[in-house]
Design a protein around this ligand. Structure first.
Ligand code: ATP
Ligand code: MN
Length: 153
């Protein structure tokens, strides 16, 4: 049923809660896991020139080490969990509008299941789904497993 499972992550606690579900599915189905962090071009745009945005799109971070570290920390959490369970994992960093990149990635890479958080870094206490999750649901035909998690303190 599943051979390639995608977990888009922004490094938030909610995305981390989705990791266990993604890894467990991957292990049971012998699937490969894809950990995808999208540098949100619209969100970081105000601080970046078009040249920098182009370079990020090509995966060339240069001196933008903070962005790169944030991305690698997010996918690294998934990679560590996968390694613990002998699950094959690919870490991917892309740039663009998150839900578009996620939906395109799913198409291009033959993803059969997307596992993601209900919320992310900016709206943990909101009752509605986060905008990236909601837009991803509307943008893809691939089934999406949405994992809810509220940090109660
Ligand atoms: P909003 O962004 O609308 O203010 P939010 O941050 O609470 O709300 P989302 O951004 O929709 O919620 O995050 C929900 C899930 O979407 C995350 O748990 C993660 O799985 C995924 N996600 C969000 N942003 C990214 C990103 N930049 N790259 C990859 N995955 C992301
Ligand atoms: Mn968000």
């Amino acid at each position: 049923m599943y051979s390639d499972i995608l977990i888009p992550t922004d490094g938030s606690e909610t995305a981390k809660a989705a990791v266990d579900h993604a890894v467990d599915h991957a292990q049971r189905y012998g699937a490969r896991l894809h950990a995808l962090y999208v540098v949100d071009i619209d969100a970081v745009n105000f601080g970046l020139g078009t040249e920098q945005v182009d370079r990020i799109r090509q995966g060339k971070f240069g001196e933008m080490t903070e962005l790169k570290e944030r991305a690698e920390a997010a996918t690294g959490v998934v990679a560590d969990a996968a390694a613990e369970h002998d699950v094959e994992v690919r870490e991917e960093i892309r740039a663009g509008t998150p839900h578009d990149v996620i939906a395109d990635y799913a198409d291009d890479e033959g993803i059969d299941l997307i596992v993601m958080g209900s919320h992310g870094r900016t709206g943990v206490r909101r009752a509605l789904l986060g905008s990236v999750t909601e837009r991803t649901l509307r943008s893809t035909h691939v089934p999406v497993l949405v994992v809810d998690y509220l940090d109660e303190d």
